[in-house]
Write a protein that binds this ligand. Structure first.
Ligand code: GLU
Length: 256
């Protein structure tokens, strides 16, 4: 009998503690509104979209994150926490819950769309090749037998496999690292978004960006699959920023 009473006591403790935990979990959007804060995954190797200067994060995507935070929280000075990510980390950081959204030169692709959802695009870039000024490479068809650099898990990786299957590929973790490989001659060309290549070349006469664009890269804000309400709000926010001319101002500020 004593054992039965003891068992019933323990069972009821479990039962009630279970009930107490059944509070409804807030969605990411609800959490953002409640806390007045967003956590955003950004890049720091992708000037002029995301980079670091004297310890401060700067760029188109950083400014966009601040505008988006104001729109969602309706606060004048919302808190924006930035998490620095490489291209390869974006989807994991999002789906593991480390960030609420990713604003990081991230293109919409059908493969990524299986794992995350995107807002409408806020910018369209194109992939291009960067080579040394004196290089004889003029187009992607000249890359056979040469070594081409890409950043791992970027769309450049799939483009090079598709358009230059006979080139040797060297993957780098970041664009800074990929550019060093071009400087030292370990790669003959670097395939990346023209936006990022312009940031790397930074007016230097030692390198050139070839004229052809091989893809269209639709940059959009990525959210977790389950965050449909957040996706909807971001979609609207990007549309409003487009209509009000604020996106154009960002383009003028960062893409000189
Ligand atoms: N926009 C391309 C992508 O999403 C390349 C830029 C990047 O690696 O961030 O993969």
């Amino acid at each position: 009998m004593k054992r039965l009473v003891l068992f019933l006591c323990i069972f009821s403790v479990f039962l009630f503690s279970g009930c107490a935990k059944q509070e409804k979990k807030l969605s990411t959007l609800e959490k953002i509104k409640k806390e007045g804060k967003i956590t955003v995954g950004v890049k720091v190797d992708s000037k002029p979209f995301g980079y670091e200067q004297n310890g401060e994060l700067k760029g188109f995507d950083i400014d966009l994150a601040h505008l988006i935070a104001k729109k969602i929280t309706k606060k004048l000075e919302p808190e924006v926490e930035f998490v620095k990510l490489a291209s390869n980390d974006r989807i994991f950081a999002l789906n593991s819950g480390e960030v609420d959204m990713v604003i990081a030169t991230m293109s919409i692709t059908p493969q990524r769309n299986v794992l995350v959802n995107f807002s409408r695009p806020y910018y369209v870039a194109g992939q291009a090749l960067m080579v040394k000024r004196k290089s004889k490479i003029k187009d992607i068809s000249d890359l056979n037998g040469k070594t081409t650099g890409i950043v791992l898990s970027s769309t450049g990786e799939s483009t090079i496999i598709r358009l230059a299957p006979d080139t040797k590929i060297k993957g780098a973790k970041t664009y800074t690292e990929a550019f060093s490989l071009l400087k030292t001659g370990e790669i003959d060309a670097l395939l990346a978004d023209d936006t990022i290549l312009y940031g790397l070349i930074n007016g230097s006469k030692r390198y050139k960006i070839l004229p052809r664009r091989y893809t269209q890269e639709y940059y959009a804000i990525a959210v977790r699959k389950e965050d449909k309400d957040l996706q909807h709000v971001l979609d609207r926010a990007v549309r409003l920023l487009g209509d009000s001319g604020e996106l154009n101002l960002l383009k003028k500020k960062w893409m000189k």
